[in-house]
Design a protein around this ligand. Structure first.
Ligand code: ADP
Ligand code: ZN
Ligand code: ZN
Length: 747
């Protein structure tokens, strides 16, 4: 017997055996390469799986095996390194292998589309074609044939015309059909030349479109270190905001391209940083492919194929672009490596940053993590020598670091969230012809709506959370489950009509600023104001005119923007995260403050940062403000070491949710007890919890989590294996929804 062993996209953590498709020559089986796609029946559906191996034996009796329907590929779509990386990642994250492999493929390939470039169907005239072959009464046919013939003899033709092009020239599709029946024209499949594998890169043009900047010593040292790396080597580029990290990337990429290799750059969110992409495009003469959310699946597959076939030298994308195949891999760059978006938070919960290291190792190339505010995990790796630590401690060019001022607002009276001192500074900055950035990490008008008579607060019915009040347009909105409802005219509790907005979000701050500074434009940047396509780009254009204005927005403004005319950054509410239940609250807060502050004074004009805070004497805040992020981070690392938290311990979370309160927690307790009774936990690992999640009720379900931790990665892994086995066997596990999150970034 011969069987195909497949990884299928199902929630089951196992492989599936199938007989070869009917009619397939068994002798051909050994020639099948691992990684080819196979279409199979599964229940009453069809699935696309990937071949893991062929075998002579199966644990399932032959008569119970179903036959596969079709082998879809001659050669595997994923190069071997990526195929193995995805399989390894499935094991590391204890995630079903078939699903992990699917996520490594472009969407169209997951659906079974041919692994090919988009083809165009074109029409050309046959050898018999001649206008004389048509009667003079067949007017439409004569006109249409004339168009096809003219194209064929014209200069620079591709040998045919699409039916759209024929119609555009005044031809007619009915007539075209008639001509085809008469054998005067024929259709053929055409692949645009630039799509053809092996199309030589254009050597006639120069590599650079604009000259590279001359690097300062620290930048030069970074570029040299990376470009002289042999094989695999991880680097952490820790460069303060405005220190010219992008220029370092650009020159490393230049060297990579000169060596005939490709570069893959991961960024947090392409839509938010159109500038980054344009800087790459402005520098290089060669194609730069940016994989963005506006692309169709077809465009994505074409881009993916071009990268795989070595036709595009530079690929920029977000998290999922980590799986872009490269024919000649040369360098992996992760920009803003600390950013939370590199961790996928549902389904296959991988970290693209961590997998980038694993990928670079397999492909034996250098990998560069760049940021002004390293994640403590990355910093720990750099300090312990696992990563080569590169530093840019000064701003590039003439730019100076911004002056930082803490505004203690425990005494100062706030009006609409702004202190008098801050309002004065904003006025001064605008009068000097400069721009102001006001950061408030809350969208909407106000975080809650409350009754003045009885204290009732409008809550979400599906979450343990208040509804956020929005005024543009007016409604209540839950930011956790997206639930929306109209603003009540009266208090549902006591009937009073004195409902009041409590606190400030971006909309309210925008309104306040507009009232106080009527002569200047106020530009709001948050998820709501930028929902429409191009909205953000329009706002950015206005900022880049350099005219005085006020930008007010959320952390969207913190992401890598270069605002040369912003000289004052005002941080209204950044200290909320200081007392978060998540042990990373402090780290996140510090990163956010440092990144927002980094938008000030990035060019020739000096910048200042004013931070309103209720915790002006908080040691972490003063450390950050006085001594900088590096100093803060080394303190914080020491705290993590003492409290036995990551990166000194490895964590996994088993999260469960159920529609009845208490059920998820009870399930997790049973899991823990079972593991402890059967002593299946590896020696160095231990459980913490279960506890209800920070927001226990969310979107109508009750959530709880059980933490597993270990100082040894291998021990954690072994315990997780035992845990998965138990979960798959436990009948209780079918009544709750559970997921495993390895190296969770939100706890
Ligand atoms: P980062 O990404 O580290 O925040 P950028 O790469 O955006 O910093 O650089 C900030 C500014 O400094 C940009 O305007 C850039 O053109 C400029 N810059 C970078 N390197 C140099 C250099 N070597 N000489 C002069 N200006 C530079
Ligand atoms: Zn009331
Ligand atoms: Zn909700």
């Amino acid at each position: 017997m011969s069987v195909l062993r497949l990884a299928l996209p199902t929630p089951l953590r196992r492989l599936f055996d199938y007989l070869p498709p009917e009619g397939m020559d068994i002798d051909g089986l050994p020639a099948l390469q691992a990684g080819v796609r196979v279409r199979v029946p599964f229940g009453n559906r069809e699935l696309i799986g990937l071949l893991i191996e062929t075998d002579q034996h199966s644990d399932i009796a032959g008569y119970k095996l179903k036959a596969a329907l079709e082998i879809l590929d001659q050669t595997p779509p994923l190069p071997d390194h990526l195929f193995k990386l995805a399989r390894w990642a499935a094991g590391y994250y204890h995630h079903p292998e078939g699903d992990a492999l699917h996520q490594a493929l472009p969407v169209l390939l997951r659906k079974g589309a041919p692994c090919q470039y988009a083809h165009a169907t074109l029409w050309r005239a046959t050898a018999q074609a001649s206008l004389d072959a048509l009667s003079s009464r067949a007017k439409r046919q004569r006109e249409t044939l004339a168009i096809v013939l003219a194209q064929q003899t014209g200069p620079g033709h591709s040998g045919g015309l699409s039916s759209d092009a024929i119609r555009a020239e005044g031809g007619d599709s009915q007539a075209l059909k008639a001509l085809a029946e008469k054998g005067l024209v024929e259709a053929f499949e055409y692949i645009p030349v630039s799509h053809l594998p092996g199309h030589p890169a254009d050597n006639s043009t120069r590599l650079l479109r604009e000259p590279a900047l001359s690097l300062n010593n620290q930048q030069q040292a970074a570029v040299t270190a990376v470009t002289s790396a042999q094989g695999f080597q991880p680097f952490l580029l820790e460069g303060v905001t405005g220190s010219g990290k992008t220029e370092v990337y650009l020159q490393i990429i230049e060297a990579t391209l000169k060596a005939g290799r490709q570069a893959l750059v991961l960024v947090p969110e392409i839509g938010l940083t159109p500038q980054t992409v344009s800087r790459f495009k402005a520098r290089f003469n060669c194609p730069v492919v940016a994989l963005h959310s506006g692309m169709t699946d077809r465009q994505r597959l074409d881009a993916w194929l071009k990268a795989r076939d070595g036709l595009v030298p530079i690929v920029i994308g977000t998290r999922s672009a980590l799986f872009t195949a490269l024919k000649h891999p040369g360098i992996l760059i992760i920009d803003e490596e600390h950013d939370a978006s590199f961790k996928q938070q549902d389904g296959f919960r991988y970290s693209a940053r961590d997998l980038a290291i694993a990928r670079a190792h397999r492909e034996q190339i250098p990998v560069l993590l760049g940021t002004a505010t390293p994640a403590l995990e990355s910093l720990h790796n750099a300090l312990s020598g696992r990563y080569h630590h590169l530093k840019l401690t000064h701003r590039a060019g003439n730019a100076k670091p911004p002056a930082f001022e803490l505004l203690d607002i425990r005494q100062a009276a706030l009006s609409d969230g702004l202190s008098t001192a801050l309002t004065r500074q904003i006025a001064d900055t605008l009068q000097q012809g400069n721009q102001v950035l006001v950061f408030i990490n809350r969208r909407g008008f106000a975080p809650s709506l409350s009754c003045q008579s009885c204290g009732h607060i409008a809550d979400c019915r599906r979450c343990d959370a208040h509804m956020t009040l929005h005024m543009k347009p007016p409604h209540l909105h839950c930011h956790h489950c997206d639930n929306q409802r109209p603003i009540p005219a009266r208090c549902p509790e006591c009937g009073s009509n004195e409902m009041k907005a409590v606190g400030s979000g971006t909309e309210r701050t925008e309104q306040t600023l507009e009232q106080r500074f009527p002569d200047y434009p106020v530009l709001r940047v948050d998820r709501d104001s930028t929902a429409r396509k191009d909205a953000l780009e329009k706002i950015m254009q206005q900022v880049h005119t350099g005219n005085p204005c006020i930008l007010v927005g959320t952390q969207m403004l913190a992401k890598g923007h270069h605002f040369p005319d912003v000289t004052l950054v005002a941080i209204l509410n950044a200290d909320g995260g200081l007392f978060s239940a998540d042990f990373r609250g402090m780290e996140r807060t510090a990163q956010l403050i440092e990144q927002v502050a980094g938008r000030a004074g990035r060019a020739d004009k000096p910048g200042r940062v004013v931070m309103q805070t209720f915790h002006a004497d908080h040691p972490a805040i003063t450390r950050l403000v006085c001594d900088g992020y590096s100093a803060f981070a080394s303190d914080e690392l020491e705290t993590r070491r003492l409290t036995q938290l990551p990166p000194f311990q490895h964590l996994a979370l088993l999260k469960a949710e159920a529609s009845k309160q208490g059920r998820a927690e009870a399930f997790l307790r049973a899991v823990r007890e079972h593991m402890e009774q059967t002593a299946t936990l590896a020696p160095q690992s231990r459980f913490v919890g279960p506890f209800p999640s920070t927001m226990e009720k969310k979107a109508g379900v009750f959530r709880a989590q059980l933490q597993l931790q270990s100082a040894q990665r291998a021990d954690l892994h072994r315990s997780l294996q035992a845990l998965c086995l138990l979960l798959e066997q436990q009948p209780e596990a079918r009544k709750v929804r559970w997921v495993l999150d390895i190296d969770p970034t939100e706890v």
